[in-house]
Design a protein around this ligand. Sequence first.
Ligand SMILES: *Cc1c(COP(=O)(O)O)cnc(C)c1O
Length: 496
Amino acid sequence: MTESHSHRLRAIPPMQSVLQTHGARALASLLPEVALKQALQQALDRLRAELADGSVVLTDREALLALCDARLADQAAQLRLRPLREVLNATGVILHTNLGRAPLAREVIDHLGDACVGYAALEYDLTTGDRGHRDSVTRSLLCALTGAEDSLVVNNCAAAVLLACTALASGREVIVSRGELVEIGGGFRVPEVIASCGAKLVEVGTTNKTRAEDYRRAITAQSAALMIVHPSNFTVQGFTARPTRESLAAVARESGLPLLEDLGSGALVALDALGVGHEPTVQEAVRGGSDVVMFSGDKLLGGPQAGILLGKSQWIARLRAHPLMRALRPGRLVLAALESTLALYASGRATASVPALARMHRGVADVSQDAENLLAKVQSSLGPRWRACVRPSIARVGGGTLPIAALPSFAVVIESQPESDASVVGLEAALRTAREFPLIGRIDAGALWLDARSLGPGSIEHAAQGLALALVSAHNRSMSGLSMSAQRSLDESADD
Ligand SMILES: *Cc1c(COP(=O)(O)O)cnc(C)c1O
């Protein structure tokens, strides 16, 4: 070790003084003592290594202490960021599975506070003082909205299918069309789910054509149920046929078997007016004679993650009594959010107030105006290095629903000026990693597209603030392989 090197190392502040810095005190309020000591030790070790290799050339103890302080304060600020803080979704995919699917309405959040701050009558009947059922929280609304006799809520739609097939078909056969052996994404494949329930899958028909008669012929003494699976994330076109729900319900009734229907997306209002084709509603499935209808709470319904089962009481009662129910039941956070989302439907305000539905139904002229507003707010931050304009774009419903539906939209499109050092990839990364309101867009042909439909009018202001900051800071960030592959994986799994 040279003389000057050891001299430099002597300038490292003692632990005692590091402990007194603002940064260390901020960390101390967030970490248990052992972890705090570790963090301080690491900060000093890092400084020592940097002095040794010359990457830090300060020689005065006060300056080193200030550097340490700033780094610890930064670490504390990072720790304070909640991993589940609000993210602005400018991807153009409204129900983005990676971004938590449906945003909840403000009214729902307020209700959540009321229902969860103290105790709540979750399994308690306030009028009689007797023990109640937690599904009664949502049952009357679900039955009133859909015409079903009874309902149950579980953790998600995958859990609903698991419960129905286990409780009604374990050790026996479930009859499904070959055209409906769907993979939803995230490892949910209908044949595997049925097998994991201890049931045997009996495939009928062909990929493109299946008739009610195919199901009837497959029924044996071993049959437990007929199941319809909504092919929610793909379409088959051309020479195709699917039996009507009514004809399958008739086959099921003749043989005394239940007709199960995995609807997946679970629309409670018809979406035909959007011009996106026909998505079957829950009410249609109930009216059409399905005995147990299953769907997600956070797809087209626009509520919290949940799985809803509803239909004839004879079958729902058997599901409620099954031991697996105990493992799949949701907590009161979910039930409160679901109940207040359903209340928006009951009062006829769903299309305007359920955020996912409001984004889908927003008129294209309004979406265009939202994009223009965003552009106007950042115009003065573009400087000489960036150019931006509003262009027509296509938004998607997402969440594995309405796979070919295109919702007309508009996006703010940002490009670097030719010859400038501005990097679109760097800008995308700066927006995504922003401390406040991370903003997720998509890169297409070298430009960053920020879709105004998925963003929603309530997020324009926050998006503008983040964008103004990032436009200034995102120059020298070079293209990183990580951010490209991260973008790609986000695109791929958007439709789970
Ligand atoms: C999305 C979907 C599921 C899974 O729903 P989760 O709520 O995500 O578990 C199951 N079946 C179908 C047909 C779906 O579209």
